[in-house]
Each structure stands twice: as structure tokens, then as C-alpha cells.
Design a protein around this ligand. Structure first.
Ligand SMILES: NC(=O)c1ccc[n+]([C@@H]2O[C@H](COP(=O)([O-])OP(=O)(O)OC[C@H]3O[C@@H](n4cnc5c(N)ncnc54)[C@H](OP(=O)(O)O)[C@@H]3O)[C@@H](O)[C@H]2O)c1
Length: 141
């Protein structure tokens, strides 16, 4: 299956690597194509791995994973493009953590709303599924 991974952090790399090992065709997306982290991941992962912009990864994937920081997720998804995400399942792994006042972090949205609901409202034609966000990256695959 063709899968798009938005984000080059520990979660993006962990999920992308696990999916490549299962034989999937995985494109990792970042703010710009050819970044050091994404290129290093392609070298390590081998198989059907590739990298590009958020838009490249979203267009590539039949299914897409949001592995960006929660506070930046809407910005990243806007860069990915509604047209590239339309009709697809978007697995939202992000937590909307606010570290601006130190540790422990607070949530940028909670109680009466959530990041996944914000994403679903912003992208009504995307099938948003909140998953995996309550476990540490090492346990996600
Ligand atoms: N780490 C875990 O075990 C774990 C477990 C459950 C859920 N999560 C959640 O999963 C998500 C990813 O976690 P992580 O540990 O992989 O984080 P990370 O290493 O900090 O990676 C975050 C990614 O988001 C991108 N990003 C941040 N702000 C952005 C913005 N404004 N616009 C576009 N892209 C932006 C970063 O790009 P740049 O490198 O260009 O800044 C990077 O690719 C987070 O929401 C986190 O809360 C993490």
C-alpha cells in the first residue's frame, strides 16, 4: 500500500520504518524536500522508501499519518493540501502539547474540543482517525 508519513521526528521515523519493513511503499514528508532527517531515513530504511514535501507525501499516500507536533499539525496539514488528503484516512498520532511554560506540558486544546476535531473541521473530506497517540513511539509498531 502507498502510505504518506507527515513528520520526520521519532514517531514519523518509527512508523515509516515499520511500514517499509512490512513491504509498504512509504513517502516521508517534511516542510521541504531533501532535508537531512528525511534523506537519512531513506538511506536507513531502504525498500520502498522515499521523501519529499508534506504535499508530496500526502499525494503519494492512499493512507496518511500525521506525525507532526500537535501545535504545528494544522500548519503541516495545510501545507500537505486538502486536495491531496481528500477522501483518505488520516491517522492522527499527534498530541497538542504546549511546552511554552516548561514541564509538564499543557494542552493547546482540551475538554470541549480536540486536535482531531479541529483537523476534521478544517478538512471535512478527510477521514480522521485518532490513534496510537497514547503510547510511546517505541510501542507503536
Ligand atoms: N514521541 C512519542 O513517543 C510520541 C508518542 C505519542 C504521540 N506523540 C506525538 O506524535 C507527534 C510527533 O512526535 P515526535 O516525538 O516524533 O516529535 P518530533 O520529534 O518533535 O517531530 C515533530 C515533527 O513535526 C514537525 N513540525 C513541528 N512543528 C511544525 C510546524 N509548525 N509545521 C510543520 N511541521 C512541524 C517537525 O518538523 P521540523 O523538524 O522541520 O521542525 C517534525 O517533523 C507529536 O504530536 C507527539 O505529541 C509522540
Amino acid at each position: 500500500m502507498k502510505i504518506g508519513i507527515l513528520g520526520t521526528g521519532v514517531v514519523g521515523k518509527t512508523l515509516a520504518t515499520g511500514l517499509v519493513k512490512l513491504g509498504h511503499d512509504v513517502r516521508m514528508g517534511a516542510r521541504s524536500a531533501g532535508g537531512d532527517k528525511a534523506k537519512a531515513w531513506v538511506r536507513e530504511a531502504g525498500g520502498k522508501s522515499s521523501e519529499g514535501t508534506f504535499a508530496d507525501a500526502a499525494a503519494h499516500g492512499e493512507m496518511v499519518f500525521n506525525c507532526t507536533s500537535g501545535a504545528g499539525s494544522l500548519e503541516a496539514l495545510n501545507a500537505a493540501g486538502a486536495g491531496n488528503l481528500q477522501g483518505k484516512i488520516l491517522v492522527d498520532v499527534a498530541n497538542p502539547l504546549d511546552f511554552s511554560r516548561g514541564m509538564p506540558p499543557t494542552l493547546t486544546v482540551c475538554n470541549t474540543d480536540s486536535l482531531a476535531e479541529q483537523i476534521q473541521r478544517a478538512f471535512p473530506k478527510v477521514r480522521v482517525v485518532k490513534s496510537l497517540n497514547t503510547v510511546t513511539a517505541a510501542l507503536m509498531v
